[in-house]
Design a protein around this ligand. Structure first.
Ligand code: COA
Length: 465
């Protein structure tokens, strides 16, 4: 059990939904329903002075009228009532509150927000929000949010300043078969912010990778401190890179996007891996969650199609990676496996009709080559291709034999083709194998593993040149 003030927040024994509504279309109704339909094992109390029962549960007029202890309050009353509700929660000894209500600093109501924070701090209560969707804890099945939908259980913690985007990302992760540990909407971040959550997740045994969607960091110094002490990979999207994006941020949350150059250099200095969009964020987290970081930037490529190998080589070099020549010993080993008249090089073209044996033998040869730090295994759905044998070889090498652990080098898959491949890679994705339907995405994923390696092993660019 981790010793952190947010532990009770994410694992409460009892929850009060303050502003629980009798009307099914209202947020206060949906929030109570979500908590109830999730597999949450603790006590749930609806609070509403105008109702006797909601969804079959007895209602209490205020949290102070409740004859039981409450760990967490989920607040869905209009903003103007929130200060009073927070004061009552403080008096009751509630440890944490999620303020779903909007109508605070994002529309210029800073004084209301300050009042809420002051009261909460006086009573030692932690606040998530306001203006947040809440959180979803896939580890203990608690859906403490007003929008329905749980992620698959997994090891990626997702922290998002945008509630709607985080819900979209849950659906994206679900359809990509990526599991999440917790999803948190940070909202206006008056108390619990990215730094707090990074500290928490760096100790959370259910979390291996931390993913962030950021519009604004208010306390840069604290954020940098938290990141520096975190030994888990952190991937971030920083929105508002351009003038148009910055303008959109200020009308979304009232936040300031800040200088993108400064964010970029902080990310570089602290080892945060920057993703450009939500698809890339999950591409990176999928690789970082299952593979070791790379100890260098020299990439080996095995492919059944010459063109795909060239595209991968280009994409690797464009991302500052090296596709080096192999040792003589490796060339000899590959030569023994390939059909006559094919000259081995890197990328290793194992030819269109390559089956299980060529994939496995050549991949092993590259993993055993000291000039190679990381491996991309690729298949193109061309005329003589054997998709099943490609998928089978990847499954054996990564999922069954854990060659990435045996050689301590990351391995990822890449495929170019259609429905037949798409169907075949489903089981691989479900098992957490990083495999991508594009050479650019595969090269970017291997770049992320190299970037994480730079942080973990402190090697510099083009280490072996
Ligand atoms: N304690 C407990 N319940 C109270 C209360 C109090 N002090 N005062 C009022 N209530 C009850 C109301 O009676 C009502 O229940 P009912 O429908 O059964 O009568 C319920 O709380 C909700 O109050 P209501 O005035 O109907 O508000 P609402 O549902 O129209 O709107 C919010 C409330 C919070 C949803 C709305 O103000 C809001 O902020 N919406 C945006 C939320 C959002 O998008 N957040 C960010 C997401 S990323």
């Amino acid at each position: 059990m981790i010793q952190h003030s947010l532990n009770l927040f994410f694992n409460p024994s009892s929850i009060a939904v303050i502003g629980a509504s009798r009307t099914p279309t209202k947020i206060g109704y949906e929030t109570l329903k979500n908590v109830l339909v999730s597999n949450y094992q603790g006590k749930v109390y609806p609070i509403n002075p105008n109702a006797s029962h909601i969804l079959g549960l007895k209602c209490y007029p205020s949290v102070l009228a409740l004859p039981y202890d409450v760990d967490l309050a989920l607040i869905t009353v209009p903003a103007k009532f929130v200060p009073k509700v927070i004061l009552e929660c403080g008096k009751k000894g509630v440890q944490g509150a999620i303020i779903i209500s909007s109508g605070f600093s994002e529309i210029g109501e800073n004084r209301l927000e300050d009042e809420v924070l002051e009261t909460a701090q006086k009573h030692g209560m932690r606040i998530l929000g306001p203006n947040t969707m809440g959180f979803k804890n896939a580890t203990n099945s608690l859906d403490a949010a007003f929008v329905y939908g749980m992620p698959r259980k997994g090891s990626i913690a997702l922290i998002s300043q945008s509630g709607a985007l985080s819900i979209g990302m849950i659906h994206l992760a679900n359809s990509e078969l990526i599991g999440l540990s917790k999803v948190i909407g940070t909202g206006n971040k008056i108390d619990i912010d990215d730094a707090d959550l990074i500290r928490y997740f760096s100790q959370d045994s259910a979390t291996r990778v931390i993913a962030l969607y950021i519009e604004e960091i208010k306390n840069g110094k604290d954020f940098i401190e938290a990141v520096k002490h975190c030994h888990k990979p952190i991937v971030a999207i920083k929105a508002g890179k351009t003038k148009a994006g910055a303008k959109a941020i200020s009308s979304h949350t009232g936040a300031m996007a800040g200088s993108d150059k400064i964010y970029g250099s902080v990310f570089k200095q602290t080892g945060i891996i920057r993703a450009h969009d939500t698809v890339e964020l999950f591409d990176f987290t999928r690789a970082l969650g299952s593979q070791p970081s790379s100890k260098g930037d020299h990439i080996g490529i095995v492919t059944n199609g010459g063109g795909a190998g060239i595209l991968l080589a280009d994409a690797c070099e464009e991302n500052g990676l090296v596709v080096p020549p192999l040792t003589k010993k490796t060339y000899k080993r590959i030569d023994d496996v390939l059909p006559p008249l094919i000259h081995p090089s890197n990328p290793v073209d194992i030819v269109g009709d390559a089956g299980f044996y060529r994939y496995e033998m050549c991949s092993r040869a590259l993993l055993e080559d000291s000039s190679i730090d990381a491996l991309i295994i690729t298949s193109v759905q061309a005329g003589y291709a054997r998709p099943r044998e490609f998928a089978g070889a990847i499954e054996k090498m990564i999922y069954e034999q854990h060659l990435h652990e045996e050689y301590d080098k990351p391995i990822i898959g890449c495929w170019i083709g259609g429905k037949e491949y798409e169907d075949l890679v489903i089981d691989l994705k479900r098992a957490g194998v990083p495999i991508y339907p594009s050479t650019t995405r595969a090269a970017r994923a291997i770049w992320a593993l190299v970037e994480q390696g730079k942080k973990s092993f402190r090697f510099s660019k083009k280490s072996k040149n």
